[in-house]
Design a protein. Structure first.
Length: 256
């Protein structure tokens, strides 16, 4: 098999752990997330779309992927300087708790808060002072990434579907139909997508990305089809007609 190269669309399964304590910090596996007690029911698990050379990856991981094949499992060690940097004690600040009170908030140890437009973790709260750590939670940590390229996407249909999944992660792609021909991209979506909040803006963002990635596309069409069951309608219509007839008969008897 040929090694992967930049520009390839791949589906990647991976798990990231900290080297010092083997703690799982991120994974595409639902089972591993549950085992590590980091499972999030709002997250869609499964292989992630990676566009080599474009998707932001740890540099050592990207290099290892470029030297690997589909189906090959790799393990890569990521030092702090290639991950989230070394811990910087200057990024630990002490602020008055009154600043939180003025904003109507009560800081608690472990909270992630916004302060001066930056995210920080509350380290301690005591004597009217709050210690905030602006370092990334994984700063100073060496990471171990275990990954496997599950599939290399070769058709436009596969690529379009996986791009759509990035915006609609819980969408059943088996219900999505894609046609790309003569500069036109037609995407048939299941009717349940109509009930997704903000679906209009999501479609716009999907269309923008597809237009950027497929240079020949001049027109993008989204279609949602709703099947109308006439069999279900007929009994209802018959019942309505019967009720109207009964009402008319009753009125006639009253008039008589």
């Amino acid at each position: 098999m040929m090694a992967l190269q930049k520009g390839d669309y791949i589906l990647l399964d991976y798990t990231v752990v900290t080297k010092d304590d083997n703690k799982v910090v991120e994974t595409t596996s639902e089972d591993k997330a549950k085992e590590a007690n980091i499972y999030d029911p709002n997250q869609a698990y499964g292989p992630r779309l990676i566009i080599l050379g474009e998707t932001s990856l740890f540099e050592p991981l990207e290099q290892a992927l470029l030297n690997s094949d589909v189906g090959q499992e790799i393990t890569v060690e990521i030092p702090p300087e290639k991950a989230f940097g070394q811990r910087d004690q200057n990024k630990v600040k002490v602020v008055s708790i009154r600043e939180f009170y003025r904003a109507g908030r009560l800081p608690r140890v472990g909270d992630i808060v916004e302060y001066n437009n930056q995210r920080a973790r509350v380290v301690s709260v005591s004597s009217g002072r709050v210690i905030l750590d602006f370092n990334h939670p994984l700063a100073g940590k060496t990471l171990i990434v275990t990954a496997k390229v599950v599939k290399k996407l070769t058709t436009d249909e596969e690529k379009v579907k996986e791009i759509i999944r990035q915006y609609l992660p819980k969408l059943d792609l088996s219900k999505v139909d894609v046609k790309h021909e003569e500069g036109q991209l037609t995407i048939k979506m299941p009717p349940e997508t109509l009930f997704i909040e903000g679906i209009g803006s999501l479609k716009f963002r999907i269309a923008e990305e597809l237009a950027r990635r497929f240079s020949d596309v001049k027109k993008i069409t989204f279609i949602e089809e709703l099947e109308v069951s006439r069999e279900a309608q007929q009994p209802a219509q018959q019942q309505a007609q019967a009720q109207q007839a009964q009402a008319a008969q009753a009125q006639g008897q009253q008039g008589g």
